[in-house]
Design a protein around this ligand. Structure first.
Ligand code: KIV
Ligand code: ZN
Length: 503
């Protein structure tokens, strides 16, 4: 197993760029390059300078502005013209690297290159020799076996060729899974074979495409099989289904105890900018950075997420969001699969008081609504709270309450369709109201009440919270709001009576 620190080699500006619907110009590449510098990558493949004058210009510009500690690399086919262009473009860099490649899979040599394996080997060795001569002592040479992942049948030929390529001057050997076709394990086994066969001072790199969605797995496991240079792209940009996503590799290694030399807290911000600049939207479910990557919708997950939300390790998340600079919290969405915890969290976060008991009471109402319309918005949940916590409908209806000249209280209310008009003397409106209800023949075991000022929207309101004892002994909480404290109290009593009726 490798003990060396991973070397993050970014390919967003080359493989990523060549896959864009509108490849970046120099200015745009410079913006992405600066993000990479901030992120702290060790190497950047700045482009394919033979592709266009624009890309040549961009490669030169990035080589000029590159910090001294970053390897600046340019891609060249195994032809002299491409190699010369790369050498010219990256010449100003402090650590220049020419990256040349040719395919060595039986299929590609036969059907695409139309060459024998011996011819291909000769081209590879000559290209590396030429690149080495061109860059001189200042720089280094990376050689890639294009379609390495398809070299199962001829791996011995590939290893022999790589030994010659190394003798010719390449010090970095890159093993791409140019098209991901099978299991990561099969690819990693090939990487391990090459690692064992080459001198230990040679850096083994892997470059995985994501055609089957396992590029991150293949890259991470290749690191443990000896690959040190990990070729990754921001947001997983790259040909077809993209390249290995840098953030996923970085976090998987970090979580596996590897010292990752990146500023991980820059990840989220970088991802948003890259999406904006590339026009490639971040998939809702994208690992770590997707808008939904912190969302919990099932009651079980919501419960675990809330119980561990302030802990570094969470019950249902791989990292604390702050590790990648994500400021948004875990999100609880209320659907028909959700429960009381989500109600409690959504209402509390919206600034309204609620108890777990109340959340449990309105959860079925919210579920029924969510069954009809899908995930409820915060507004929907607040409406349910208003209609079922602050204004509980039921058989008891308050019609009027007035203070008489003799200081008695007159309460007018209805129970189902029967009206009650009761006069009582009481020690304040709450006491009088309770007495009036009891005098009318209803059992109402009142325990206590609290009042608080509440800023609901633009106007300040009084909130009254009442505690009753139900017939089964449980304590029932009811509440209500009004601009008048007295009215809030009386409404809360009636809400409590209606809640008790439903038990
Ligand atoms: O996918 C690939 O094989 C490449 C090489 C040029 C490294 O991008
Ligand atoms: Zn590639």
């Amino acid at each position: 197993m490798t003990k060396r620190q991973p070397f993050f080699y970014d390919i967003t500006l080359r493989d990523g760029n060549q896959s864009l619907k509108k490849p970046w110009n120099t200015l745009e590449k410079e913006i992405i390059f600066n993000l990479l510098v901030e992120l702290g990558v060790q190497g950047v493949e700045v482009g394919f300078s033979a592709a266009s004058d624009m890309d040549f210009e961009a490669c030169s510009r990035l080589a000029q502005i590159a910090p001294n500690n970053i390897v600046i690399s340019g891609l060249a086919r195994a032809v002299q013209g491409d190699i010369i262009k790369v050498a010219q473009a990256i010449e100003p860099a402090n650590k220049p690297r020419i990256h040349t490649f040719i395919a060595m899979s039986p299929f590609n040599m036969q059907y695409v290159l139309n060459k024998t394996p011996e011819q291909v080997r000769k081209i590879a060795v000559e290209a590396v020799e030429f690149a080495k001569k061109t860059i001189g002592k200042r720089g280094e040479i990376q050689f890639s076996v294009e379609h390495f992942g398809d070299c199962h049948e001829n791996i011995d030929y590939v290893i022999d060729s790589l030994q010659e390529v190394v003798k010719a001057g390449a010090t970095i050997i890159n093993l791409p899974n140019t098209v991901e076709r099978t299991r990561p394990k099969q690819f990693v086994d090939l990487v391990e074979k090459v690692y064992s066969a080459l001198p230990k001072d040679i850096t083994i790199a892997v470059h995985n495409h994501n055609d089957l969605g396992m590029a991150t797995a293949a890259t991470v496991e290749s690191y443990f099989a000896g690959a040190v240079q990990l070729e990754c792209a921001l947001n997983g940009l790259g040909e077809r289904a993209g390249n290995t996503n840098m953030y996923e590799v970085a976090i998987a290694l970090h979580n596996s105890g590897v010292n990752v030399p990146l500023n991980l807290d820059k990840i989220y911000e970088t991802a948003l900018t890259v999406s904006e600049m590339s026009g490639v939207k971040i998939y809702e479910k994208a690992a770590l950075i997707g808008p939904d990557a912190l969302a919990h919708r099932s009651g079980i997950h919501q419960d675990g997420a809330v119980k561990t939300k302030d802990m570094e390790k969470g019950a249902y998340r791989p990292i604390h969001p702050s590790l990648i600079g994500r400021k948004d919290d875990e999100k609880l969405g209320f659907t028909s699969q959700s429960g009381k915890t989500a109600i409690f969290e959504i209402i509390t976060k919206a600034g309204y008081p609620i108890s777990i008991q109340e959340a449990q009471r309105i959860a079925p109402i919210a579920k029924a609504e969510a069954e009809k319309i899908g995930e409820l918005s915060t507004r929907n949940v607040i409406d349910i709270y208003y209609n079922n916590i602050l204004n509980v409908k039921g058989p008891f209806k308050l019609c009027n309450m007035e203070k008489l000249e003799n200081e008695n209280i007159k309460l007018l209310f209805m129970y189902n369709n029967k009206s009650y008009d009761i006069e009582v003397a009481g020690n304040g409106p709450v006491d009088a109201c309770i007495k009036a209800i009891q005098k009318a023949g209803f059992n109402c075991e009142f325990l206590n009440y609290e009042q608080k000022a509440l800023n609901m929207g633009s106007d300040a309101q009084a909130m009254s919270i009442m505690f009753f004892k139900a017939n089964d002994g449980q304590t029932i909480i009811s509440r209500a709001c009004d601009e008048s404290t007295v009215k809030a109290n009386i409404k809360a009593i009636f809400n409590g009576l209606n809640i008790i009726e439903t038990l």
